[in-house]
Structure formats: structure tokens, C-alpha cells
Design a protein around this ligand. Structure first.
Ligand code: GLV
Ligand code: GLV
Length: 330
């Protein structure tokens, strides 16, 4: 008992991950739906060999100090890791794991669902019916914009952006993309994707979908000026991170008809309070950060997060480390 590694798991994750962790470790699992309060988190990780975190748990110098120098791994149950100070983890030689790959298609599915729903006013139509406002078939009722044959601009052309492009080709969409670097023809050609500068992408696209990591460079990437570069018929979709979009600017752009609609899986802040101005607008569709939320995918994410955690506490290389530099330093 005494020599089993001690770990803290910051939320109940699917059994696919919880079981192997509980079997191999002395595991404390935070049972609530809400994240552990900061002071409880810091107290709970003291002396742990490994911690399994969620994107709602901030991992920084204070976290590492609270855990102690024996900490061997932080395994994040997410592909994104903007909740973690990676340079600080690396400085302390603590490997950090994430769950790339398994959620790519599930997230792209939801991005496409938001694109279609916002463009064709699906959620608004459902509200209209429930409110008893449906009187007759109307020639002008709830007109939206066609998805098929339109132009899709993908900002951030990594795994998820490329998976979205594959879906869009089935709808005959023309695909433009922007990324820090142009991708090689082996990536572009099968997807019929054209690299363009961001200004041009915003001006030409009917739908703009964001798939960048959140970094100081991408924070408020979609500000008032960039929203104005979009078409007045344009639809913005965000399944990346909330702070990539300036929400005050988005509210004004939707209210003033600068763009047509938005579909958001992520917001700033999260949760978005019900009193937020964006929620007064029918043209803004919001879902609660569920892009990877299929049963199968959440199970696979749990398996991967467990594999990273267990490798870490055993002193083995993580299957999917975010900061492989920790291994190069010896
Ligand atoms: C979810 O947003 C994730 O990063 O996995
Ligand atoms: C619409 O329902 C149509 O038949 O055109």
C-alpha cells in the first residue's frame, strides 16, 4: 500500500481512465461536478506523485510549490493546455501530458454542427416553435445562408481544422485557410485547401471557423476590426478557446449586423452568465464547451490521460507529452 504512487484526480472522468488509475495508485478522486476550489486543490496535491487535471484547473508555480518536488507528472484531460504554465513545468522537469488525436473528429463534427445551425438558424427556429410563434409556412420565415457551395475560412489548420475541411468538401464548400505557416502540398491538395492571408480569408469567407491554440498572439484575434473584415452575411464559429474572440466586439458586431451569426462552443468567461448581452441575441448560438463530448471520445480521452499519468508516476516517458524537452535535458 505504502509504495503505491499517490495521485490526485481533479474530477470524476469516465471509468476507462479511472479504473486503471485506481488499480495502480493510491488515488484521491474529487467527486463534485464543480472543480475543486483552489485552496482544496493545493492542499490535495501536496506530496502527490501525479495529478490528473482538467482545463478548469490552473497549473502554475503556486501549484508546483504546493505539490512538492516529488511530483513526477501532470496529465491534462484535454488536448488544449492553456491552463498550464508549460515553461514553468519544464523548468521543474515535470512532464505534462495531453490527449491529442482522439478528439479531432468529434470536435470537427461539432464545429460543423455549429456552422450549419448558426447559418440555418436551427436553435432559433426551435425556440420559435416552442414559444408558440409558428403560425404558417412563411416565404420569408427564418431565412439563413446556404452552407453548400459556400466558402469556408479555417483559421488554424492543424488536426481539427483539417478534419473540418474534410467535412466541408462533402458540401461542396471552397476551403481557404490561414495558419502561422503555409502547409506543404501533401496536406493542401487532398483537401483542396488554399492558403491565404488572414485579411483575405475574412473578406472572402461565408463561414469562418477558429482552430488555433490560445496564446498571447491569438488572444482577441477576432477583435472589432477583424469582425468588420468579415462579410455582413458571414458566420463565425469558435470551438477553440473563448478568449480568441473579443466578446464585447462580437456582441456589437452581431447587434449591428456587421456579421450575420455566431456559433460558440467556448466563451469568455466560462461559464457564460445567463445575463450576458450575447444571450439576448438570436443570432448568437452558444453551447457549453461540449465539442469533444461524445461517449466514445470522452472514454478514449480518459484512457489516454490515465496512460500519461501512470507512465509519469512510474518514471517512464509519457505516451503524449506536451513538453518532451524535459526528457532531452537528461
Ligand atoms: C477541450 O477543449 C480540450 O482542449 O480538450
Ligand atoms: C417546402 O416545404 C416546400 O415544399 O417548398
Amino acid at each position: 500500500m505504502g509504495d503505491r504512487p499517490r495521485v490526485f484526480v481533479a474530477r470524476r472522468i469516465p471509468d476507462d481512465g479511472l479504473q486503471p488509475v485506481s488499480q495502480a495508485c493510491e488515488a484521491e478522486i474529487w467527486p463534485d461536478e464543480l472543480p475543486p476550489p483552489r485552496d482544496v486543490l493545493l492542499r490535495s496535491i501536496a506530496g502527490c506523485d501525479g495529478v490528473l487535471t482538467l482545463l478548469t484547473d490552473r497549473v502554475d508555480a503556486e501549484f508546483f510549490d504546493a505539490a512538492g518536488p516529488q511530483l513526477k507528472v501532470v496529465s491534462n484531460y484535454a488536448v488544449g493546455f492553456d491552463n498550464i504554465d508549460i515553461p514553468e513545468a519544464t523548468r521543474r522537469k515535470v512532464p505534462v501530458g495531453n490527449t491529442p488525436g482522439v478528439l479531432t473528429d468529434t470536435t470537427a463534427d461539432l464545429a460543423f454542427a455549429l456552422l450549419m445551425a448558426a447559418g440555418r438558424r436551427v436553435a432559433e427556429g426551435d425556440r420559435y416553435v416552442r414559444q408558440g410563434r409558428w403560425k404558417t409556412w412563411g416565404p420569408m420565415l427564418l431565412l439563413g445562408h446556404d452552407v453548400h457551395g459556400s466558402t469556408l475560412g479555417i483559421v488554424g489548420f492543424g488536426r481539427i481544422g483539417q478534419a473540418l475541411a474534410r467535412r466541408a468538401s462533402g458540401f461542396g464548400m471552397q476551403i481557404l485557410y490561414h495558419d502561422v505557416n503555409r502547409l506543404p502540398p501533401e496536406v493542401e491538395e487532398p483537401l483542396s485547401a488554399t492558403f491565404v492571408p488572414l485579411d483575405e480569408l475574412l473578406a472572402r469567407s461565408d463561414f469562418v471557423s477558429l482552430h488555433v491554440n490560445l496564446t498571447p498572439d491569438t488572444e482577441h484575434l477576432m477583435n472589432a476590426e477583424r469582425l468588420r473584415q468579415m462579410k455582413p452575411t458571414g458566420v463565425l464559429v469558435n470551438t477553440s478557446r473563448g478568449p480568441v474572440v473579443d466578446h464585447d466586439a462580437l456582441f456589437e458586431a452581431l447587434r449591428d449586423g456587421v456579421i450575420f451569426a455566431a456559433g460558440l462552443d467556448v466563451t469568455e468567461p466560462e461559464p457564460l452568465p445567463p445575463s450576458h448581452p450575447l444571450l439576448t441575441l438570436d443570432s448568437c448560438l452558444v453551447v457549453p464547451h461540449i465539442a469533444s463530448a461524445s461517449r466514445a471520445t470522452r472514454g478514449k480521452m480518459a484512457e489516454m490521460a490515465a496512460a500519461n499519468l501512470l507512465a509519469g508516476v512510474r518514471g517512464e516517458r509519457l505516451p503524449t507529452p506536451v513538453n518532451p524537452e524535459v526528457y532531452e535535458r537528461g
